[in-house]
Structure formats: C-alpha cells, structure tokens
Write a protein that binds this ligand. Structure first.
Ligand SMILES: C[S@@+](CC[C@H](N)C(=O)[O-])C[C@H]1O[C@@H](n2cnc3c(N)ncnc32)[C@H](O)[C@@H]1O
Length: 250
C-alpha cells in the first residue's frame, strides 16, 4: 500500500532518518544545504533591508532545518507542518519561531495573518500532484501583496544530469513497493504550476550540477568544489539538481 505524503513523515523512523541519514554528516543533501543556506540568508537579509517588517512562514517546516537558520533574520517566524513528530524535533532547534501542527487545506484558519515571506522547501516535488496547486493557492492567499515573496524549492530537476540515474532506478525498482521517492519536476513544469497558482518567478537559483553518485567516490572533494563554484543565480540553473525559485504574487 502506498503511503500518502502527508502521512509519510508522521512515522517516527522517517523523522529520525531525515536528520540522521538524509541530512546526516557527509550526506549529499547536507552538502547542498551548505551551498543553499548562505544564499537563502542573503535573500532574507536583502529583503529585510527594504521592508519595514518581515513575518516569515516556513510551510512544511519539518524538523526545522530552514526555520532555525532564518528565524533570527526576521521580525517574527512561524513554522507549520502536518507531522507532530517532525515539529517535535523542530521545537528543539528553533528558539524564536512559533510552531504549529496541522493541515492548512482541511483547516485554512490555521493561517490567519499575512506574511511578507513564505518558504517552502522539499515539499512540492514529492507531494501528490493534486495537492501541489491547492497548497500553493492557500499560500498565495496569505502572502502579502504586492511585495511579498515565496521562496520555493524543488529538489529534483528532471533536466539535471541526475535524471538518467533516476530514470534507470525507476525502471529497476518498483518504487511503490520500495517506498523510494524518485519524482522529478522540470523548471518549465514548476514555473507553469507557480503561474497557475498566482506566482511569478523573479529569480532562480541552482545547487548541484554534478551527479550525486560522485559524492560517494574518491572524487567527492572535486565534486564539492565544482558544485560550489557553479551554485547560485546563473544561466545554467535550469540544469541544477536542486532549484530555488523566488516568486512574487501576480
Ligand atoms: C522532506 S520534509 C521537508 C521538511 C523541511 N521543509 C526541510 O526542507 O527540511 C517534507 C515535510 O512536508 C510535510 N508535509 C507533508 N504533507 C504536508 C501537508 N499536507 N501539510 C503540511 N506539511 C506537510 C511532512 O510532514 C514533512 O515534514
């Protein structure tokens, strides 16, 4: 039986493995986060300079990875997630942020105020396609118009050099049985979804060009150095594995 994305991270073993394996020391995700974090902090600092007050919402905050890094850069921070167990870990990392557990589609009143910045990391790609647009529409309703910003991340680009490996694994593994998530979205597909949900992409950043397999070989240090030099806001972003879109409401 396939487990829904909303339920996946309610399970204690998934919560534990998220921080200890997915973001464990030496993992590919941890290496990408090292590149992404300063960029994200810079975006928030720049935004803070031209805005009187910044209220941040981190949607699907999980164990608080993003929120813990950003909460001190804003006037107020909130995180919301459907998994009590993920939020329990976030509570140990976040000092200032207010943390909520709930489903914003079933209980839209969970989000009542307007936010200047909403972040949404590692959610869009793996959630069921029919939920994506509904969540984005609700986030659009609580984003400040016209100058609020949505910072949305898609961590599996269908146009990246990782695609052949994912396609191969998809063929080999019966993904529904193994529970492995091998989803991908292209930049064009993501932008269409965002546009249909009321957002216009104003900047795009990319992280990780080389196939992650290299990180598990003696070439790891070289791969890290290459990915470091290619990360950011460049013309080759459409080929990065991990994408960050800065969007404004339209
Ligand atoms: C891969 S984790 C990402 C956590 C965090 N954003 C990060 O980047 O580290 C995905 C998160 O989405 C949450 N989630 C799944 N469906 C959700 C929903 N319908 N509403 C809110 N959160 C949801 C899960 O509980 C999980 O914490």
């Amino acid at each position: 039986m396939t487990i829904s994305y909303s339920d996946r991270f309610r399970q204690k073993d998934a919560v534990e493995s998220y921080d200890s394996k997915e973001y464990g020391s030496g993992s590919y995700s941890a290496a990408i986060w090292q590149l992404q974090r300063p960029v994200l902090e810079r975006i928030l600092k720049d935004f803070r300079q031209r805005t009187e007050r910044v209220r941040l919402l981190d949607f699907a905050c999980g164990t608080g990875r993003v929120l813990a890094s950003l909460e001190s850069l804003v006037d107020s921070a909130e995180g919301i997630d459907i998994s009590e167990n993920m939020v329990a870990v976030a509570r140990t990392k976040c000092v200032q942020a207010r943390l909520l557990v709930g489903d914003i589609l079933a209980s839209p009143e969970l989000l009542q105020k307007k936010y200047e910045v909403i972040s949404c990391f590692r959610f869009l790609l793996n959630v069921e396609p029919e939920i994506r647009g509904r969540v984005l529409h609700r986030l659009r309703e609580v984003l400040r118009v016209p100058d609020g910003r949505l910072l949305v991340n898609v961590h599996g680009n269908a146009r990246s050099l990782r695609h052949p490996a994912i396609a191969w694994r998809r063929r080999r593994e019966r993904t529904e049985k193994s529970g492995t998530m091998l989803n991908e979205m292209s930049p064009a597909e993501t932008k269409t979804l965002l546009r249909e949900s009321g957002f216009q992409v104003v900047r795009q950043f990319g992280f990780g060009i080389l196939p992650p397999t290299l990180y598990r070989t003696p070439l790891r240090r070289l791969a890290v150095a290459v990915d470091q030099s290619l990360a950011g806001d460049h013309w080759w972003n459409d080929w990065s594995i991990d994408m960050l879109f800065v969007c404004r409401p339209c």
